[in-house]
Design a protein around this ligand. Structure first.
Ligand code: RIB
Ligand code: CA
Length: 314
């Protein structure tokens, strides 16, 4: 069983990651924390609450930092739309957030549970995670592992070398990579293999007829955004790759490598530099994803979607 805090910015692909985390019997989703990224903090938090209610789950949501640590916020409405989940009409949430200080909540949860109990899965800029590590450094040796959708070993998406979650808050990413916790970076080298083709989408929709309208609405919109903005014929579903890795590490091929985050470069700011030159040092705590077992991945996503009850019924 993985006891998970999911830090996210729903976001079309975050929605699939959240569905997986709620649908998989091997994940105890302890709480969800939100950070601005795909849209403003207010919008992604509302989306997280609505997605959880949609499937009749009860998971506490804590909103986090309004802005990145240093950079001015620049949300990704050009991909995720004005609401952050354009393409679907979800009911406004009836539940309130459980709190508005995600960093403090992450610290409390990790410190209140046994050593190596909590797994941090992140699918957003790392602002909340960095703040938590600065607030209480002891969490970095206590947490079981950090699995993040972020970065890239090779090419970026927001710039030629930087991926959106790292680019949005590079200072936070630098803080996180410089701490002693074990990190698995699931970057674009992996997630650009998680392409939701129309055939895959049909399979995911069929996995849970009660959720089909939402899955189709999300992926149809996501496809048009990726066509227009990044010339992808079908959308890469980044965030579920991090949850899939947490459930079965064999789904991603990884290699141990030190990772450094560029925060100063005029052209390279937000770049995650993985040093693949030689054998990683023995004490290297970071590893980066290089490829995805796509068949195993989509089987996992479909299985978890099938477990969800829409509105409390399957
Ligand atoms: O670059 C892709 C990442 O940025 C994903 O997490 C997506 O949801 C956006 O947050
Ligand atoms: Ca995300």
């Amino acid at each position: 069983m993985k006891h998970v805090i999911l830090d996210c910015d729903p976001g079309h692909d975050d929605a699939l990651a959240l569905f997986m985390a709620m649908g998989d019997p091997d994940i105890d989703l302890m709480e969800v924390t939100t950070a601005g990224g795909n849209q403003s903090l207010e919008k992604v938090t509302k989306n997280a609450l609505s997605l959880i209610e949609l499937v009749g789950e009860k998971v506490p949501v804590y909103s986090g930092s309004l802005t990145p640590l240093v950079k001015a916020p620049k949300w990704a409405g050009y991909i995720h739309g004005e609401s952050g989940l354009d393409g679907v009409k979800l009911d406004s949430p009836k539940t309130e957030v459980a709190g508005t200080d995600a960093a403090a909540e992450i610290v409390r949860t990790i410190m209140d549970h046994p050593d190596k109990y909590v797994t941090l899965i992140t699918t957003a800029p790392l602002t909340n995670i960095a703040l938590a590590a600065l607030l209480e450094p002891r969490i970095c040796s206590r947490v079981k592992e950090v699995i993040m959708m972020l970065g890239a070993v090779h090419t970026g998406n927001v710039t030629p070398v930087a991926e959106f979650n790292a680019y949005t808050d590079p200072e936070a990413a630098k803080v996180v990579f410089e701490r002693e916790w074990p990190i698995t970076m699931i970057g674009l080298d992996v997630t650009h293999q998680a392409i939701c083709t129309r055939d895959v989408q049909a399979r995911l929709a069929a996995a849970n007829p009660g959720l089909a309208e939402v899955v189709n609405g999300l992926m149809d919109y996501f496809r048009e955004s990726y066509k227009d903005e990044e010339c992808f014929p079908d959308p890469p579903t980044h965030d579920p790759c991090a949850v899939a890795y947490a459930l079965d590490p064999s789904v991603v091929r990884t290699v141990k490598a030190p990772v450094y985050v560029e925060t100063k470069g005029e052209v390279t700011c937000g770049m995650t530099v993985a040093d693949l030159r030689a054998q990683a040092p023995k004490d290297c705590r970071t590893q980066v994803g290089l490829s995805l077992d796509t068949e195993k991945f989509w089987n996992m996503v479909a299985k978890d979607l099938a477990n969800l009850k829409v509105g409390g019924r399957k």
